[in-house]
Write a protein that binds this ligand. Structure first.
Ligand SMILES: Cc1cc2nc3c(=O)[nH]c(=O)nc-3n(C[C@H](O)[C@H](O)[C@H](O)COP(=O)(O)OP(=O)(O)OC[C@H]3O[C@@H](n4cnc5c(N)ncnc54)[C@H](O)[C@@H]3O)c2cc1C
Length: 414
């Protein structure tokens, strides 16, 4: 059912654009404000697991579902991810597609801009206003619209505002001024893109785990390699002969720092580092929402994605949870039609807060597991990884891949 109401979405990231699609297809007039001048490739690649696929399958996209459009451009060879020791020996080598067999879809990997472009192209032209930074937000009330003012001095009034402005959300700080900021996850993340290697060696989706550090390699659908690395901050801060490890490794050059940390890891890592496009390298510290927000809505504003529940990337679920948020929000709003939004927004908080905070906590536990740095911790981790390679445990362990939300088809009103 269409509502012909107006929504302003802050942020054209994964969550903002998923929300734009889901709301547009249920009759909302949608405007997306994005402060960058184009869709941002931050994060280089992204994995889309089955639970996000099921959510996207609930969104119509001109005769196909949005999920089908993502599958058409994604690479499914990362259906199984291997685990290696730093010297390259396999803890387990990926084979078959246990995730796909168990959950109906494999894990698809895509260049992140391609995922965003797949979402953006389904929206009417001019929906996304680039170089438009939201500066202030007034959440409105039952009888007063919400209002967003931009850095350019323009004001937007709307029945609904969706704040999808990412982990450093300014909207969250305005709506919950006394709430603590996300906590430090204890490690730094680098992610990057490299062209395919022409040395004949196969590039296999895998993660290698060493002492307080992880290296991930994913082949992408366009032949390139998406790689990421994480290193505990206390390793980077470690002082030897009066010099911090990160400084010894070369200040300001993220690639030379990585070359030092991964110098004695298996040779393909060094070849990938040599091939990386320096412009694609992005570095950030992991953060997570230790203290849950009291709600994911205030007045006529819904918080969505990392703005509501930033998590460490250890389950690869941050973007997927923002997609689930978007689809659930649109479905609950569609159910109230042209009635008051307050009930739907309260139901959105009730549906999404427990699931997403469960994911935040599980990701943090997984971060500790991944970054083991004592001999005992590392031995236990490697043993657990070995066990998780079996078909049986793949079916049991990644409960987060199952979609626990009821997703009804969101059909176009057009
Ligand atoms: C290394 C790494 C790997 C990851 N891998 C995966 C993965 O494989 N699968 C997965 O599901 N998730 C993954 N994630 C998590 C995922 O990237 C995030 O959870 C996801 O991007 C969150 O989407 P979002 O829309 O909430 O925020 P973002 O994608 O951060 O988008 C926020 C947008 O808002 C814009 N913005 C901010 N402030 C304003 C403002 N004031 N006005 C206008 N615009 C504004 C920003 O420019 C940005 O475009 C990974 C994260 C990391 C760090």
């Amino acid at each position: 059912m269409g509502t012909d109401r107006e929504v302003v979405i802050i942020g054209a990231g994964v969550g903002g654009l998923a929300a734009a699609n889901a709301l547009y297809r249920t009759g909302w007039r949608v405007t997306v404000l994005e402060r960058a001048d184009a869709l941002r490739p931050i994060g280089a690649g992204i994995a889309v697991p089955p639970n996000a696929m099921y959510a996207l399958d609930a969104v119509d996209a001109d005769g196909m579902t949005l999920g089908a459009r993502v599958r058409a451009v994604g690479d499914a060879s990362g259906g199984a991810i291997g685990a290696r020791r730093p010297d390259g020996r396999w803890i387990f080598r990926p084979s078959g597609d246990p995730v796909g067999r168990r959950f109906g879809y494999p894990v698809y990997s895509l260049v992140r801009t391609e995922l965003l472009a797949t979402f953006a192209v389904q929206l009417p032209a001019d929906t996304i206003r680039f170089q438009t930074e939201a500066l202030t937000i007034d959440p409105g009330s039952a009888d007063r619209p919400a209002r967003v003012e931009t850095a350019g001095g323009r004001a937007y009034e709307a029945d609904l505002v969706v704040a999808a402005d990412g982990g450093r959300s300014a909207a969250r700080r305005v709506l919950f001024p006394d709430h603590p900021d996300p906590a430090d996850g204890g490690y730094t993340i680098w992610w990057m893109l490299a062209p395919g290697l022409d040395d004949g060696e196969e590039v296999i989706a895998s993660e290698a785990m060493g002492k307080g550090a992880v290296w991930g390699t994913w082949p992408l659908n366009d032949g390139r390699i998406y790689a990421y690395a994480t290193v505990l901050k206390r390793i980077r801060d470690g002082v030897e002969n009066g010099e911090r490890a990160s400084e010894r490794a070369g200040v300001g050059d993220p690639l030379s720092e990585l070359r030092v940390y991964f110098s004695d890891w298996y040779p393909q890592i060094r070849r990938i580092l040599d091939a990386v496009d320096p412009a694609s390298v992005y570095r950030d510290d992991a953060r997570w929402m230790r203290t849950p927000l009291p709600a994911y809505h205030v007045g006529r504003v819904a918080l969505l994605g990392d703005a509501a529940h930033p998590m460490t990337p250890d389950l690869g679920q941050g973007g997927s949870q923002s997609i689930e948020d978007a689809v659930v929000l649109a479905r609950l709003l569609a159910e109230v039609g042209s009635g008051p939004l307050s009930g739907a927004l309260a139901a959105y908080t009730a549906a999404r807060l427990p699931r997403t905070m469960g994911m935040v906590k599980r990701s943090k536990r997984m971060a500790t597991f991944h970054h083991a740095s004592t001999p005992l911790g590392m031995a236990l981790r490697d043993q657990a990884l070995k066990l998780s390679s079996s078909e049986r445990t793949v079916g049991l362990a990644p409960a987060h891949l199952r979609s626990r939300v009821r997703l009804e088809a969101l059909t176009t009103v057009g």
